[in-house]
Design a protein around this ligand. Structure first.
Ligand SMILES: NC(=O)c1ccc[n+]([C@@H]2O[C@H](COP(=O)([O-])OP(=O)(O)OC[C@H]3O[C@@H](n4cnc5c(N)ncnc54)[C@H](O)[C@@H]3O)[C@@H](O)[C@H]2O)c1
Length: 420
């Protein structure tokens, strides 16, 4: 195992800068190079590294020049949605492992390019899906693996986040989302809940997504926000945004489960990923923080009704806390971005680089989760018809090589790995 790893960082918008600070908090990480196509942002990245480490990294405006260096082990890419896959592919072909921020794919072809680059070079590509490491998601993963919900039947989740301001001001703030909402119509941001859902369903390891269908509503939210906040004279006030305000996607799995995803970023609403896990023994719902388990939860016999309990207040989360969260809570590190999950996903990435070993989210997971975006666009474009889901493993999902066990493993809870 390497003590030190050298990681180049590409893309220094808000997320890239936040991740950079977090990455430098991981033991043994050196950042010798940073890159953004905007010079001021690249220089901001340089400043973060200088202030934290006392050494200024080299600055690049062209990511290919950063990739040409031979003293970098891996790259963290936090650019825009339509650039992640090509930068990931170029990074692997330049001999670097790569971690990419979340987002959907622009095409199915680019997903295949990532898979082929990883298979041909032996370099890994890890989607940095932090929500797989969130505290509730990990406790629920632990419960699923212990069979508490019985056999899984149906899962739901979504990205439900009022981003009207961030999207609408994309040009002023040089932010990447706006152009996607102008021109595309689909499940643009599938992975935050699809990641944890895929891991509890063992997708690409004995199970797989086989088909998908998406439906989009009309688009009203962005125009309304622009009118109220930028005035009638603003040029986008009557713009016809292609992206529907709510996009609903249904996915069918080879083992018979269904998944429903909701993309909901253009209407006023509190944040929720609306996680729902339903199996033969019970149900969990993020909205309301409720859980019901047959034979465990309280029954109201006078009304013959099953009664909801609270996931945290009634002690379920504590009882089934994932050992990774126990460890980090005890060590007091969970004050980082998004309550600790950012630190954990980056630690998992760094561990895989140090060990030169398979990451807990591999290129097949990355391609599968990102593919939902291009597939949902296709489905909507042809009248919400079902579209087949590619098998990026080329049949290996029924007989995969073993995964790597460890504290960051997302295939099983490796309790023994936490024993000192
Ligand atoms: N996991 C999370 O919780 C989380 C949170 C926020 C954002 N994100 C994701 O992180 C990514 C970045 O988000 P953001 O809000 O910082 O977006 P942003 O649009 O503000 O920043 C992207 C940056 O990438 C740069 N860039 C784009 N193409 C480039 C190229 N070819 N070479 C070099 N630099 C390039 C842009 O100049 C910009 O500075 C997005 O994919 C977003 O979805 C994830």
């Amino acid at each position: 195992m390497k003590d030190t790893v050298r990681i180049g960082v590409i893309g220094l918008g808000g997320r890239g800068r936040g991740n950079l600070g977090e990455l430098l908090g991981c033991e043994g990480v050196v950042v010798p190079a940073v890159c953004d196509k905007y010079e001021d942002r690249a220089l901001e990245g340089q400043k973060i590294v200088l202030e934290k480490t006392g050494t200024a990294p080299d600055v690049y405006l062209n990511y290919k020049e950063l990739l040409a260096r031979d003293d970098i082990d891996a790259v963290m890419c936090c650019t825009t949605w339509i650039t992640h896959a090509r930068i990931a592919t170029d990074a692997m072909r330049a001999g670097k492992h790569v971690g990419i921020e979340v987002g959907g794919s622009a095409s199915i072809e680019e997903c295949w390019q990532m898979v082929r680059a990883s298979e041909e070079t032996g370099k890994f590509c890890m989607l940095l899906e932090n929500c797989c490491y969130d505290r509730n998601e990990m406790a629920l993963f632990n419960m699923v693996k212990q069979g508490i919900f019985g056999e899984l039947v149906h899962l739901q989740g979504g990205y439900q986040h009022d981003l009207r301001e961030e999207i609408s001001l994309g040009r002023e703030d040089r932010h990447g989302r706006l152009f996607n909402f102008q021109h595309r119509n689909g499940e643009l941001y599938p992975t935050h809940q699809l990641g944890p859902i895929s891991k509890v369903l063992s997708i690409n390891r004995g199970n797989r997504f086989i088909s998908l269908v998406s439906m989009a509503t009309k688009s009203r939210g962005l125009n309304g926000w622009i009118k109220n906040n930028k005035g009638e004279a603003y040029d986008l006030v009557d713009y016809h945004f292609n992206q529907g305000d709510i996009v609903t996607t249904m996915i069918k799995c080879a083992n018979g489960e269904t998944v429903v995803l909701t993309h909901d970023c253009c209407l006023p609403r509190p944040y929720s990923r609306a996680y729902r896990i339903q199996g033969t023994k019970g149900i969990y719902m993020e909205d309301g923080g409720t859980i019901y388990l047959e034979g465990v939860s309280h029954e109201d016999s006078s009304h013959w009704t099953h009664v909801w309990e609270k996931f945290t207040e009634d002690g379920y989360r504590d009882k089934y806390e994932h050992p990774l969260w126990k460890k980090y809570s005890e060590e007091g590190i969970h004050a980082g971005g998004h309550g600790g999950m950012d630190y954990l996903v980056l630690s998992a990435f760094v561990e895989s680089i140090k060990l030169e070993a398979k990451p807990p989210i591999d290129v097949y997971d990355t391609a599968t989760w990102m593919a939902v975006t291009a597939l949902s666009e296709q489905s909507i474009a042809i009248g919400s018809a079902p579209v087949p889901f590619p098998d990026f493993t080329n049949g290996m999902w029924i007989d995969r090589e073993p995964y790597r066990r460890g504290i960051f493993c997302l295939e099983e809870v490796c309790n023994d790995c936490f024993e000192e």
